[in-house]
Design a protein around this ligand. Structure first.
Ligand code: ATP
Ligand code: MG
Length: 454
């Protein structure tokens, strides 16, 4: 992949000289001779780096820098400024405005290339770190449970993690497929590179194709710039294809090619992009059955299941329930700032005996709800809202809310917790949606949530 560099200078000779040198070192270039044009080039062509002359007509180099830092403060574009020999002050001013480094004219070729390479390396690291930070969630820190069935899967996963083999994770909903996918990435030699999660069911076929492969400028109406797909963003790292069983047949064909050749084309493009990625896929569907029914390509199935790990349902490892319950209790009491809560022995017993159709995710939710609802620090079975036949969560009617007998202010506080918790749960944790459903301003809801945590 060639980095694209924008050269901004009003001196045509310097632009030409720089283009020659950069092309010779394998970079792509675009150019602009004044500030306004430079800003347009940046927003339309998304260069990875800018070489910016400070003394430009009209909009000065410094103005360009200022505008840039306003445009996308979270994604700073590395800018190297060029100044006339002796005008160190201007260079210092530019550094203060966020320039990465400066070069003095006449430019020294070797120095130029070193500074560019360093800036690009640093920017790529910055992106990786930002991506990892947003991805790595404390929730995925550890795999709880030491029943024989889950220990065997952990061992197999650790062995698989050492190789680059594709891994297929099978198991009912809520059994921990995503947790294992993240763990395998963490245990692998790719752990310092991105793990990119792609949910194959959440998007329509065209959107998913775009998400996977990216697109070239002009590929469709509204594609006003080139955009990299997630496969490209994962270069060097791992791609987690969640709910792979729901991918359409045409996309399966395209994915197969990626798995075979590790290369593809962006939507609307002809250039081949190669990537070095490790694939982990997961589904709760019976893929073998889907192959028989003609809904899943057999060749893709064989490519994916080099290593297959099947996660046991929670009801088959009831011995893990106490440790998991304690793990979620610790997490939710910490989140809700209600330390010291415990499960009564009979509550624990009820949890162990329950068949958990929604597996570990359901256990997580049950504990979360009990922590919010329980008026006492000891959680009793009636706070767990488990259905006797295990068909799912019992929706309690509002007259049976346990906190109704508390003093007014305490009761109101519990009620506020309860409706907010319920709205957040229904909105899958999305504050904007939850605020909408409660007819609150999002900022107000955020404040309530924060107050509850304090
Ligand atoms: N062994 C475990 N220890 C601790 N937490 C776990 C464990 N297994 C799963 N979890 C937690 O349970 C929840 C559900 O797990 P996860 O999302 O990985 O399941 P899944 O199999 O991908 O489910 P689905 O098929 O519904 O997407 C997550 O919050 C996860 O962190
Ligand atoms: Mg999942």
């Amino acid at each position: 992949m060639h980095a694209k560099i924008l050269i901004v200078d009003d001196d045509a000779d310097i632009v030409m000289m720089l283009e020659d040198r950069l092309h010779a070192s394998g970079y792509d270039t675009i150019t602009a001779s004044e500030g306004q044009h430079a800003l347009e080039q940046i927003s339309h062509e998304s260069p990875q780096l800018v070489l910016l002359d400070l003394t430009l007509p009209k909009l000065s180099g410094l103005d360009v820098l200022k505008r840039l830092s306003q445009m996308k403060p979270s994604e700073p574009l590395p800018v190297i400024v060029m100044t006339a020999h002796g005008s160190i002050e201007a260079a210092v001013g530019a550094m203060k405005e966020g320039a990465y480094d400066f070069l003095t004219k006449p430019l020294d070729n070797e120095h130029l290339l070193i500074v560019i390479r360093k800036a690009l390396e640093r920017d790529s690291l910055r992106r990786q770190v930002a991506y990892l930070r947003s991805e790595v969630d404390g929730r995925y820190a550890s795999i709880v449970g030491n029943s024989a069935s889950v220990s065997a899967v952990v061992e197999a996963a650790q062995r698989a993690a050492k190789s680059d083999a594709s891994v297929l994770l099978l198991g009912e909903s809520g059994t921990g497929k995503e947790l294992f996918a993240r763990s395998i990435h963490q245990w692998s030699h790719r752990s310092s590179m991105p793990l990119i999660v792609i949910n194959c069911v959440a998007l329509t076929e065209t959107l998913l194709e775009n998400e996977l492969f990216g697109h070239e400028r002009g590929a469709f109406t509204g594609a006003d710039r080139q955009q990299k797909g997630k496969l490209e963003m994962a270069d060097g790292g791992t791609v987690f294809l969640d709910e792979i069983g729901d991918m359409s047949l045409p996309l399966q064909a395209k994915l197969l090619r990626v798995l075979q050749d590790r290369e593809f084309q962006r939507v609307g493009g002809t250039k081949t992009v190669s990537v070095n990625i490790r694939i982990i896929a997961a589904t709760n569907r019976d893929l073998r059955q889907a192959v028989k029914a003609g809904q899943f390509r057999e060749d893709l199935y064989f490519r994916l299941n080099v290593v297959t790990l099947t996660l046991p349902p929670l009801r088959e490892r009831q011995g893990d329930v106490p440790a998991l319950a304690q793990f979620f209790l610790d997490r939710h009491t910490r989140d809700a700032k209600r330390p010291g809560m415990t499960l009564s022995p009979s509550a624990l017993d009820a949890l162990v005996r329950y068949p958990w159709p929604g597996n570990i995710r359901e256990l997580d939710n049950v504990i979360a709800r009990a922590v919010v609802l329980s008026p006492k620090d000891t959680i009793e079975p009636d706070m767990l809202a488990l259905m006797a036949d295990g068909a799912g969560l019992h929706q309690r009617d509002d007259t049976s809310l346990p906190y109704l007998d508390l003093p007014y202010h305490e009761s109101m506080e519990h009620h506020s917790r309860y409706i907010i918790h319920r709205a957040m749960e229904r909105a899958d944790g999305n504050q904007t949606k939850a605020a909408d459903s409660l007819k609150l301003q999002r900022t107000y809801l955020a404040r309530l949530l924060k107050q509850q945590k304090d």
